[in-house]
Design a binder for this molecule. Structure first.
Ligand SMILES: Cc1ncc(COP(=O)(O)O)c(C=O)c1O
Length: 409
């Protein structure tokens, strides 16, 4: 066995992985063309053109671009009729915005634990969390891996509750061969800089429901209506619009993401095949309906009991030294300080206790098991992926066979 890099050996890898975001000539040309020939903001054809194309790409009738995924989620919740004090069911293993958008809509995020096999909201636990205050369920397609939409949509219909998909990480993902996002009332994407399609910042809401779309339009555009006057405002909305420079940058990515997705699929398969052979590493699962994943972040799990009780953080340290950056990712979001709420500021939360909340699966995964690789790792060549596999193999073999090497870590 070659000497580990944390113990002075040669690292498996000393080069960086694929550059992200990619400043391609197509993006530069698109920005310059808009800069010189079209409106830069509200009313620009560069915005409507993108919205039409993104809707078509995502098997939806309507799309509204927004300033971010977070503002898109807020707009979608408001347009779904979420009112002060209503409850919205969300998973706790996600980016904070899934829950903070609910709070910003003066509503209550009700957390439902995740399924350890997919790290998505556990559909078997959702019904128990429904009350007469539940207005929406917001599954997150975590890492671009679709949540169990058949079961979630069935629960939504049974209780008359809207389904808003947080598809911020799921560009191009499919459920039963239909793109995610407009499977329920609507869904929201992010174009923030780490996402598989990016304009630096930005978001989009998609839907097949015309009334919902028109209400979203209003909330995202200062309460205006599509047919109303410029200074006519019907809802308490805001300026949550995306600029034409951003939508122009996104246009060529609707094409380029198709090749990226093929590459991500291939690389994911290579990684899954190799890592699933390692005792103590579990690759992430998917539901049968998940006919295509977006493969945003690569997720796996670490079982310290298979590695002589050596904690995951030591595995990370050894991997980092080998030149492959693995990390833990999310913590359970209800532990964030913002949930220690001041009831003067948030009176509608006074009967909810987030501080003593316990979600056993989320906590085990986040505290001990999750392994993340950033999305750019899945965009590399077969050789890049082989380096990742070699680093996993080298480190895990040492953890299995020579636990004594780690006693000082
Ligand atoms: C699951 C999820 N929800 C919401 C968001 C919020 O998107 P944004 O950063 O564009 O506001 C993100 C991304 O950052 C996300 O990953």
């Amino acid at each position: 066995m070659s000497k580990l890099a944390i113990h002075g050996g040669n690292p498996v890898r000393s080069r960086s992985f694929s550059v992200w975001p990619r400043p391609t000539s197509e993006l530069k040309d698109a920005i310059i063309s808009t800069l010189e020939n079209e409106g830069w903001g509200v009313g620009s054809t560069a915005i409507t053109r993108f919205e039409e194309k993104f809707a078509e790409f995502h098997d939806a009738k309507y799309c509204i671009s927004t300033s971010s995924g977070t503002t898109g989620l807020w707009v979608a919740l408001k347009a779904a009729g979420v009112k002060a004090g209503d409850e919205v069911i969300v998973p706790p293993y996600t980016f904070i915005a899934t829950a903070s958008a609910v709070l910003m809509a003066n509503a209550v995020p009700v957390f439902v634990d995740i399924d350890e096999n997919t790290l998505n909201i556990d559909p078997a636990l959702i019904e128990k969390a429904i009350t007469e205050k539940t207005r929406a369920i917001m599954p997150v397609h975590i890492s671009g891996n679709p949540a169990d939409m058949d079961r979630i949509l069935a629960i939504g219909s049974k209780y008359g509750v809207s389904i808003i998909e947080d598809a911020c990480q799921a560009h191009g993902a499919e459920w039963n061969n239909t793109k995610v996002g407009a499977l329920g009332l609507g869904g929201v994407f992010s174009f923030q800089t780490s996402k598989n399609m990016t304009a630096g910042e930005g978001g989009a809401i998609i839907s097949n429901d015309e009334a919902f779309y028109e209400t979203c339009f209003s909330y995202h555009n200062c309460g205006r209506t599509k047919s109303g006057e410029f200074y006519e405002h019907q809802f308490l909305g805001g300026n949550f619009r995306l600029s034409a420079m951003a939508t122009s940058m996104l246009m060529p990515q609707i094409e380029s993401i198709q090749d990226d997705m093929d590459r991500r699929d291939k690389n994911r398969k290579q990684l899954d095949e190799a890592l699933s052979q390692i005792d103590g590493i579990t690759i992430n699962g998917a539901y049968d309906g998940a006919t295509r994943q977006a493969n945003h972040i690569y997720l796996a799990r670490y079982d310290e009991s298979r590695f002589n009780g050596i904690p995951r953080e030591i595995f990370f340290k050894a991997m980092q030294a080998e030149g492959v950056f693995t990390y833990m990712g999310y913590t359970p979001i209800y532990r964030e300080k913002l949930f220690v709420t001041d009831t003067d500021e948030y009176p509608w939360l006074k009967d909810y206790d987030f501080v003593s909340m316990k979600m056993p699966v989320t906590e085990r995964i986040a505290d001990k098991e999750s392994i993340w690789l950033k999305q750019n790792h899945l965009l590399g060549s077969a050789e890049d992926i082989q380096d990742i596999i070699d680093a996993f193999t080298k480190v895990t073999q040492a953890l299995h066979k020579h636990p004594e090497l780690f006693k000082d870590e």
